[in-house]
Design a protein around this ligand. Structure first.
Ligand SMILES: Nc1ncnc2c1ncn2[C@@H]1O[C@H](COP(=O)(O)OP(=O)(O)OP(=O)(O)O)[C@@H](O)[C@H]1O
Length: 414
């Protein structure tokens, strides 16, 4: 291992297990800082990977880098997300059992980027045939679609995932990726009708309004101006410098067609999106949305006594439609990635734990997200740290037992 390391790789300690002051938080943070100042964003704690968000492009994810990590022993090279992905893949193949990669951190820490890097690594390193390429393309392209419908700009992250995601990649016995499945949970539906200052609604709305083709917008009764839609401008930041909604719409449209969405599916998802947002302040617009949706959705219009009641009902309807559209979308993506072969397979699961908001809990939804996070965090601690600790304790007990035996033997013979 030493031979493969450059002087730069040796900055600080690469594995916290080797830190002398292993109980000191200051020593832990100092080591992270020292490495981070040299753009070394990854450090191990045994087989755990600690990653710091560099907030800049680093030249460490190229095909050349992937080649370096392929099939190499985990600790032989400097810490990297590719080493972790490669280790999970090879252990899965040798042990023939399922493996999971759990990605946890607060909002903006880099979880989504990390899971994308892992997928990209498998896309390049796993065996390839036309059929498998198909599965691979669909897995990779499901990302921009899910991000369009499930991500938005928040105060902490311009591309924050507002839903929890578990994805598994299914491999056959030879290690070929043969299918995938996504499970989403806790979509932050309240964002459809309310955004804090400096935050946006889900990306798809801005993409559609700014980038949608003239025909499509006409069909949906939309205008190409976000300012006309009150649900899109509550946060007063419909335009964000780091986001190109127009281009992103092209990417999403292209991705939708690759993952088996035909024109009518695209129309349906757009219609529901429009309805989900309602885009409306008056009964005529609601009626228009209802007409757009009649093939797939039944809408019941009730009469309310007060304006407040009516607004409440409108918002509830918008959230429900958007939530259902999202579920429908995930199901469609799953259909397109389904493994048709029922022979034995193992999976690598990627759990991107919902990024929790440390500073505020402003809604019941956020409370549920944080609660869910705490539970997952506890499970994670239980399954990894606690079980490691128990193993060490067992070894210590065995060691103590052995020592007692040696002492007994020594005393009885002397
Ligand atoms: N490895 C990386 N290299 C360069 N930039 C990164 C990296 N990881 C994250 N970033 C930057 O940080 C931003 C936020 O990262 P990301 O969206 O992955 O965070 P997250 O933990 O998934 O947040 P949330 O929980 O809000 O979804 C990215 O849009 C990207 O600009």
């Amino acid at each position: 291992m030493e031979g493969a390391l450059t002087t730069r790789d040796r900055v600080g300690i690469q594995d916290f297990v080797l830190l002398d002051a292993h109980t000191s938080e200051t020593a832990f943070l100092d080591n992270l800082k020292k490495r981070f100042s040299e753009d070394l964003i990854y450090t191990y704690i045994g087989t755990l990977l600690v990653s710091l968000n560099p907030y800049k492009e680093l030249d460490i994810y190229s095909k050349k880098q992937m080649d370096i990590y392929m099939g190499v022993n985990f600790f032989e090279l400097p810490p990297h997300i590719f080493a972790l992905a490669d280790n999970a893949y090879h252990t899965m193949l040798t042990e023939a059992n399922n493996h999971f990669i759990l990605i946890s951190g607060e909002s903006g820490a880099g979880k989504t980027e990390a899971s994308k890097k892992i997928l990209q690594y498998y896309a390049v390193s796993c065996p390839s045939t036309t059929l498998l390429d198909n599965v691979r393309d669909r897995m990779l392209l499901s990302n921009p679609v899910l991000e369009a419908f499930g991500n938005s700009k928040t105060l902490k992250n311009d591309n924050s995932s507002r839903f929890g995601k578990y994805m598994d990649i299914q491999f056959d016995i030879q290690g070929d990726a043969v299918g995938g499945h996504i499970l989403s949970y806790l979509l932050e539906k309240s964002r459809v009708v309310h955004q804090n200052h400096g935050e946006r609604n889900f990306h798809i709305f801005y993409q559609l309004v700014k980038g949608g083709e003239e025909d499509l917008l006409h069909q949906l009764g939309l205008e190409s101006n976000c300012q006309h839609y009150s649900y899109l401008v509550q946060g007063e930041c419909a335009n964000v410098t780091s986001i190109n909604d127009k281009n992103d719409w092209k990417t999403v449209r292209n991705a939708l067609s690759v993952i088996d969405f035909d024109e009518s599916d695209i129309q349906v998802s757009c219609c529901h999106t429009v309805c989900g947002n309602s885009f409306c302040d008056d009964i005529h617009s609601i009626a228009y949305c209802a007409i757009l949706c009649t093939t797939t959705l039944y809408i019941i219009l009730l009469y309310y006594y007060t304006v407040d009641h009516a607004i409440y009902a409108r918002d509830a309807l918008a959230k429900a439609i958007y939530g259902r559209t999202f579920t429908w979308l995930v199901n469609k993506i799953n259909d397109s990635m389904e493994n048709k072969d029922s022979s034995r397979k193992t999976v690598i699961g990627l759990l991107d734990i919902y990024g929790f908001e440390v500073f505020y809990v402003n809604s019941f939804e956020q409370f549920c997200i944080n609660y869910c996070n705490e539970k997952l965090q506890q499970l994670f601690i239980q399954l990894t740290l606690k079980s490691e600790q128990e193993e060490y304790e067992q070894i210590t007990h065995i060691g103590q037992g052995f020592q007692a035996l040696v002492d007994f033997k020594w005393n009885s013979t002397s």
